[in-house]
Write a protein that binds this ligand. Sequence first.
Ligand code: SF4
Length: 221
Amino acid sequence: MNFNIAEKFISINGEGVLAGQLAVFIRFCGCNLECSYCDTRWANTMKPPVEVLDEHQIYRYIKETGIKNVTLTGGEPLIQEGISVLLEKLSSDKSLRVEIETNGSIPVVQFFSIENRPSFTIDYKLPGSGMEHEMYMLNFRHADMNDTVKFVVSDEADLAKAKQVIEKFELQGRTNIYISPVFGKIQPEALVDFLKENKLNNVNMQLQLHKIIWDPDKKGV
Ligand code: SF4
């Protein structure tokens, strides 16, 4: 299978349970959503430069980097035709830890039967994204401790909705939960205050490390 790759690079994981660790990133072209705050819009088109690689070439690139953590991102990785072929290939190498960042609109359970399956970081798109109606709700029932549910918060209304979703799907203790601010739209202190006021245990507040370390618009980091 051939895949359209917008960029591939080594950096540190900016988010999630492996935040701060080295990872090799594969960013796919194209997305089925249009979030208000999207910072990778440039990768969502099929306009050049696009590198076309098959699953063997992607695997070879990953192995050549010598990095064990692999993050498949986008765009939206799970809309790529033949993505299960790549996931099976990568999962068959037990020395790799493969994580997929997905936007919440694509059923992830279809990939759960893959042996040594990758972990999924599943966004719940809150009202501020303009894309909440696209969420595939069963994803939030299926996520387990191998996975993460992530909320990116634009404002107070998003915070309130995130709490509702956490409670409705009983996410605490069943999966990893991360909540982070849209860069420049809501102060991180507001998130901490919200966690304290609502006694939200087992919820991790996080800042996107790469936006702090590098220019927020810098690519390839
Ligand atoms: S799902 Fe991700 S890549 Fe797609 S529009 Fe939203 S933020 Fe951008």
